[in-house]
Write a protein that binds this ligand. Structure first.
Ligand SMILES: *[C@@H]1O[C@H](CO)[C@@H](O)[C@H](O)[C@H]1NC(C)=O
Ligand SMILES: *[C@@H]1O[C@H](CO)[C@@H](O)[C@H](O)[C@H]1NC(C)=O
Ligand SMILES: *[C@@H]1O[C@H](CO)[C@@H](O)[C@H](O)[C@H]1NC(C)=O
Length: 186
C-alpha cells in the first residue's frame, strides 16, 4: 500500500474512533472529537457540526467538552432568538392582515345589502373601500423583518376576486375607477 494512502486511511480510522489527540488542519481537537461523536449520532453531520462550531471564536478556545457545550448552547440561543423575532413579526403583521380582512368582509356584507336594495352608488363606493385589504396585507408582510409571506396565495385569490368585480363594475351602472389595480393584467 502506498504510504500516503496508508496514512490517510489511518487518519480516517482514528477520526472515526474519536481519538482526542488528533488534530485535523487548524481545528482544535476538542471540536473534531466532539463533531465525530455528534456525527456518529446521525442527527447532525460531521461537516455541519464543524462548520457551526468553528464559526464561533469561543469554540476555538474551548478547553473541554463542557465549554464546547456552553458555546453550542449559546449558538442555539442565538438561533432561537432569531426564530422568536421572526414569529413576533409574523404574528404582529398577520394580526393586522386579519383586521384588514375582517373589515373587508364586513364591507362586502354591506355591498350585498346595498345591491339587493338597489343602492348601486353606495355599493360601488363600498367596493372601492374593500379593495385595499389584499395589497395592504401583502405590503405589510413584504416589508416585515420576517421576510415571509404565508398569505400570498390568499391575497392573490382575494385580488383576483376583486378584479373580477371590477370588470363587472358597469353592471353597477357607475363609472367607479379601480385605480389601485391600474397595474393589473385583466
Ligand atoms: C455565551 O453567551 C453569553 C451571553 O451572550 C456570553 O456572556 C458568554 O461569553 C458566551 N459564552 C461562550 C462560551 O460563547
Ligand atoms: C440558525 O441555524 C441554522 C442551521 O444551523 C443556520 O442556517 C442559521 O443561519 C441560524 N440562524 C441564526 C440567526 O443564527
Ligand atoms: C363574513 O361575512 C359573512 C356574511 O356576509 C359571515 O357569514 C361570515 O361569518 C363573516 N366572516 C367573518 C370571518 O367574519
Amino acid at each position: 500500500m502506498h504510504p500516503q494512502v496508508a496514512l490517510l486511511l489511518t487518519l480516517v480510522l482514528l477520526l472515526a474512533a474519536g481519538d482526542g489527540g488528533l488534530v485535523v488542519g487548524t481545528l482544535p481537537a476538542i471540536i473534531t472529537r466532539t463533531c465525530v461523536d455528534v456525527g456518529r449520532g446521525g442527527q447532525v453531520g460531521y461537516d455541519s457540526c464543524v462548520e457551526a462550531l468553528s464559526a464561533d471564536s469561543a469554540a476555538a478556545s474551548a478547553k473541554d467538552a463542557r465549554e464546547l457545550a456552553v458555546v453550542a448552547t449559546n449558538l442555539t440561543v442565538a438561533n432561537v432568538t432569531s426564530t422568536v423575532l421572526v414569529l413576533d413579526d409574523l404574528v404582529k403583521n398577520l394580526g393586522e392582515c386579519l383586521r384588514y380582512y375582517r373589515d373587508m368582509n364586513k364591507t362586502l356584507e354591506g355591498v350585498v345589502g346595498d345591491l339587493r336594495a338597489g343602492r348601486l352608488k353606495a355599493a360601488s363606493q363600498k367596493l372601492l373601500d374593500a379593495t385595499e385589504a389584499p395589497s395592504s396585507c401583502d405590503m405589510l408582510l413584504f416589508e416585515g423583518s420576517a421576510e415571509k409571506n404565508p398569505m400570498s396565495k390568499e391575497n392573490n385569490d382575494a385580488e383576483w376576486h376583486m378584479r373580477l368585480l371590477a370588470c363587472r363594475r358597469r353592471i353597477l351602472g357607475t363609472d367607479v375607477k379601480f385605480n389601485s389595480w391600474s397595474h393589473a393584467t385583466y
